[in-house]
Design a protein around this ligand. Structure first.
Ligand code: MG
Length: 255
């Protein structure tokens, strides 16, 4: 189990869809693992060590990406907020190369959707793990070999808690929240919203049917992260996706 959040990330698998029989079951990352009976102080020491090791590997990922002129995003949300649908539209309409690292506990569903949308994808299955870490992304980058000068999106495991703790080497963190989840999430999960460079408010086409106040969501997001921008879109209908594409392009231009 991961000593930081208690999830089991020791069975992570990286699958490249071009080579579906090579599931890479090897366990190459070297997180310290907690054991039954660890005292509280020991657990805290391990947490610091895990995050320090992760930060070191994230730094290596960041250098690897910078050398290739690749802009990397860490895309996070609850399950079902619409990350993959947003990526399908982005791949089709952005007008520059996109490659994707998909994180889910199980299945190749999302990597298959991304490949059908026309982009390169690898799937990382975390087993019992609830987040991606920098070591998993390093392994995935080796398999994916994303196009130089392009956009790399890491779609994290659906979870508003642990993914906020782990730097993957990305340039920007994006949180997607959908109107079906409730407008109280920024104050309930402040670490995620505090870490975000952008909050995408998705499924705005459903606003007439749900009890969700976009102004409250934006105000609460800014209460934990005063500089954060909240961008309402509908990935399903395409409403306001132009603003999302403009934001993506700007992340490269200001590098
Ligand atoms: Mg997904």
């Amino acid at each position: 189990m991961c000593a930081t959040c208690g999830c089991g990330d020791d069975e992570a698998r990286v699958t490249t869809l071009d080579e579906p029989h090579d599931h890479g079951h090897g366990h190459s990352h070297d997180h310290p693992h907690s054991r039954a009976g660890d005292v509280r102080t020991h657990t805290l020491d391990l947490e610091v060590a895990v995050l320090a090791k992760n930060d070191e590997l994230a730094g290596a990922n960041r250098r690897w990406l910078a050398e290739r002129g690749i802009t990397a995003l860490n895309l996070m949300s609850s399950p079902g907020a619409g990350k993959t649908t947003l990526l399908e539209r982005t791949i089709a309409e952005l007008g520059r190369p996109v490659s994707v690292i998909e994180g889910d506990q199980e299945t190749l569903f999302d990597a298959e959707r991304i490949r059908r949308a026309g982009a390169r994808a690898v799937q990382v299955n975390t087993g019992a793990g609830c987040h991606l870490d920098a070591a998993m992304v390093a392994r995935a980058l080796e398999s994916l070999q994303p196009e130089a000068g392009g956009l790399l999106v890491v779609e994290n495991v659906g979870n508003l808690v642990c993914p906020a703790l782990f730097d993957l080497g990305e340039r920007r963190k994006v949180v997607v929240i959908s109107v079906t989840e409730g407008d109280d999430k920024p104050l309930k999960y402040p670490h995620m919203f505090a870490a975000a460079d952008l909050v995408v408010l998705n499924k705005t086409d459903l606003l007439p049917y749900v009890d969700f106040d976009p102004d409250r969501l934006a105000a609460d997001a800014r209460a934990v992260n005063p500089a954060v921008r909240v961008l309402p879109v509908s990935a399903r209908t395409g409403d306001n996706l132009g603003a999302w594409f403009d934001w993506l392009h700007a992340q490269t231009l200001d590098s």
